[in-house]
Design a protein around this ligand. Structure first.
Ligand SMILES: [Zn+2]
Length: 302
C-alpha cells in the first residue's frame, strides 16, 4: 500500500497518509512508520482484493443458429433445384445399359445448375460473412465491456488496426467457406451422375445418392456455422483484450466436449501470451479455434 498525499485537518496543508487507512501526518516518516506497524500486526492487504481474471466469454449460440439458418435456406433452395432438374433430365435420358455415357442433354443440365448455384452463393457470401463477423465481434466486445465495468474499469472501446485486421480475416475466411459449399456439393453431384450412367443405375438409386450428398452438405454447413462462431469469438476476445493492454490469458478447458483432446485437458490453467497463443501438439494455437474445440481463453487483468 503506497504512501499518499492527504490534507491535514484544520487547514494544515498537505501531509502524508498510508493508503486509505492511515492517519494524515505532517511527516512522511510517521506515515511510513504506521504502515510498518500495521504490517507487523498482520495486515496483508485490503479485505477485497481486485479480481484478476475475467469470466470466460463463450461463443453466442444465437449467432450460430442465425448464421446456420441463413446458409441452410440458400442450401435447401439449391439442393431441391438440383434434385428436380436432375430427376427430370434422368427420366428423359435414362441409361439403357451400364457404360452408357452421360448425354449432352444431361451435361447441359449439370453445367447450368453449377453455374446458377455458384453465382447465387457468390452473391450471398460477402454480405452474410460480414454480418456474421460483425455480430460475433460485437457480442464478444459487449460481454467483455460489461464484465470490466462491473470490476470498476472504464475503458475506451475503440476499434484499432489489429482488431480491424482480425475482423477482416474472419470475414475473408467465411466468404471462402460459404463459396466452397456449392462447389464441393456440385462436384460430388456431378460424380454421382457420372457413376449412375457408368453402372446403369435406375432413377431411385441416383436420387438416393443425390439426397445423401445433400445431407452431407447440410451437416458441413452446420459445422461451418458452429466452428466459425467459436473461432470468431476466440479471435475477437484476443484482439479486444490485447488492445486494452491485457496481454495474458489462461487456457480453460471446457468439460462440455464429447471427445476432449488430452493435450487440451492438460493445458487447462496454463497462462499464455495472447499474441503468440499456446504451444499444443507442436502448434501455437488459441483456444476454441480447432474443430470442435470448446476451450476458452480467460483474460488476465493485471
Ligand atoms: Zn480444446
Amino acid at each position: 500500500m503506497p504512501i499518499k498525499s492527504c490534507t491535514l485537518p484544520n487547514g494544515g496543508g498537505s501531509g502524508y497518509q498510508w493508503g486509505n487507512h492511515g492517519k494524515c501526518y505532517r511527516s512522511r516518516a510517521k506515515a511510513e512508520a504506521q504502515a510498518a506497524a500495521a504490517h507487523a500486526n498482520g495486515f496483508t492487504g485490503d479485505a477485497k482484493p481486485t479480481p484478476k481474471l475475467l469470466k470466460p466469454i463463450p461463443p453466442n449460440a444465437g449467432i450460430e443458429a442465425a448464421y446456420r439458418k441463413q446458409i441452410t435456406v440458400l442450401l435447401d433452395e439449391m439442393t431441391s433445384s438440383v434434385e428436380y432438374w436432375l430427376k427430370a433430365g434422368y427420366r428423359k435420358n435414362e441409361p439403357l445399359m451400364a457404360q452408357d455415357s452421360v448425354s449432352t442433354d444431361m451435361q447441359k443440365i449439370i453445367q447450368a445448375l453449377i453455374k446458377r448455384s455458384i453465382k447465387k452463393f457468390d452473391a450471398f457470401a460477402p454480405e452474410a460473412a460480414e454480418m456474421f463477423a460483425d455480430k460475433s465481434f460485437k457480442h464478444t466486445d459487449r460481454t467483455m465491456m460489461l464484465q470490466l465495468k462491473k470490476m470498476g474499469w472504464t475503458v475506451p472501446f475503440k476499434v484499432n488496426k489489429p482488431m480491424q485486421d482480425a475482423l477482416n480475416a474472419t470475414i475473408h475466411e467465411n466468404v471462402g467457406l460459404i463459396r466452397s459449399i456449392p462447389q464441393e456439393y456440385l462436384t460430388d453431384i456431378e460424380g454421382a451422375v457420372m457413376r449412375s450412367y457408368a453402372v446403369g443405375h435406375d432413377l431411385k438409386t441416383m436420387t438416393d445418392e443425390i439426397q445423401r450428398i445433400g445431407g452431407v452438405t447440410r451437416r458441413r454447413a452446420a459445422f461451418i456455422a458452429h466452428d466459425q462462431t467459436s473461432k470468431a469469438n476466440s479471435v475477437a476476445t484476443r484482439a479486444r483484450s490485447v488492445a486494452l493492454g491485457f496481454t495474458k490469458a489462461v487456457w480453460r478447458h471446457s468439460k462440455g466436449g464429447k471427445e476432449p483432446r488430452p493435450s487440451h485437458v492438460a493445458a487447462n490453467g496454463t497462462v499464455y501470451e495472447q499474441a503468440k497463443g499456446l504451444l499444443i501438439d507442436g502448434e501455437m494455437i488459441l483456444p476454441g479455434t480447432l474443430p470442435n474445440c470448446k476451450c476458452l481463453g480467460v483474460i488476465l487483468v493485471e
